[in-house]
Design a protein around this ligand. Structure first.
Ligand SMILES: Nc1ncnc2c1ncn2[C@@H]1O[C@H](COP(=O)(O)OP(=O)(O)O)[C@@H](O)[C@H]1O
Ligand SMILES: [Mg+2]
Length: 248
């Protein structure tokens, strides 16, 4: 069995997924940050995310929303400001750190009681096949939140509760099927070209109900997520962890 390795680069994982014709449709367009790409991405999408390629826990994530030809909203999880498009690069770069950034198509996240949420799907490969173990919906604590990380105030909920009750709810069973199916395809693709045996997928639903991949964490924090799962899922997670750890 291969040894699990932590690979932080979001771009490496997105690029592998873009090669798959079906899965690629569920991955937001992702390019390296530079002036030209910034302009192109803003021409193509109503909102974009500029985030550190090797960031974690919702740090270094900035959202740009086009409000009109004359006004953009620039926001991270702490501050939001309205700016003129001509000032974008200067204002944006003042918020950025000395890190390598990517630009990603913004997904208009579905909401629960007005607050955006995304979904954690923990996939593990104790032997030679992937299994889904823990799941959770991470609901931001504010309507205007830019990130839905638990470390930034979002709360974990049982996935079924949110799928049954979120504001734009469609067919819950179809949504769940699509989420599980896509998570299996993603872990299969990533696991066949990269040394992974545990992946915490950040998946999302947009307001139309489409399922999206946001990122794959290869060192997922599961302490709080465990609390919203049934005992058999937690047992499955812990058994898989024990097998994977033993082989490290
Ligand atoms: N392209 C995007 N569209 C919509 N929301 C996003 C996008 N990228 C990131 N986010 C929001 O920001 C959060 C953090 O981004 P993520 O890529 O998961 O980085 P981190 O490694 O910091 O968790 C996500 O959980 C999601 O709430
Ligand atoms: Mg994340």
């Amino acid at each position: 069995m291969i040894k699990h390795r932590d690979i932080k680069s979001k771009m490496i994982k997105a690029k592998v997924l873009f090669k798959h014709p079906i899965v690629a449709r569920h991955v937001p367009k992702t390019v390296w940050y530079n002036s030209q790409n910034l302009k192109r991405m803003l021409d193509g999408y109503g909102s974009i995310y500029v985030k550190a390629n090797k960031g974690w826990q919702g740090n270094w994530v900035i959202r740009i929303k086009k409000l009109s030809t004359y006004e953009y909203e620039l926001a991270d999880n702490e501050v939001a400001k309205l700016i003129h498009p001509a000032d974008l690069e200067t204002e944006l770069e003042a918020m950025m750190d000395k890190k390598t950034y990517i630009i990603q198509q913004g997904i208009d996240l579905a909401t629960y009681k007005g607050c955006p949420f995304d979904i954690r799907m923990v996939m593990q490969k104790p032997y030679d096949t992937w299994e889904l173990t823990l799941t959770a919906a991470k609901v931001a604590s504010r309507e205007d939140a830019v990130v839905t990380n638990v470390s930034k105030g979002a709360k974990d909920y049982p996935l079924n509760d949110i799928i049954l009750e979120y504001d734009q709810k469609q067919d819950p069973m179809a949504t769940l099927k699509e989420l599980i199916n896509l998570s299996h395809q993603i872990s299969g693709i990533l696991g066949s070209s990269l040394p992974f045996r545990i992946i915490g997928l950040d998946m999302a639903l947009d307001k139309e109900g489409k399922v999206w991949f946001i990122e794959a964490n290869t060192r997922p924090q599961c302490a709080r997520c465990i609390l919203v799962n049934d005992k058999s899922s937690v047992d499955k997670f812990e058994n898989a962890q024990n097998i994977i750890k033993r082989e490290r």
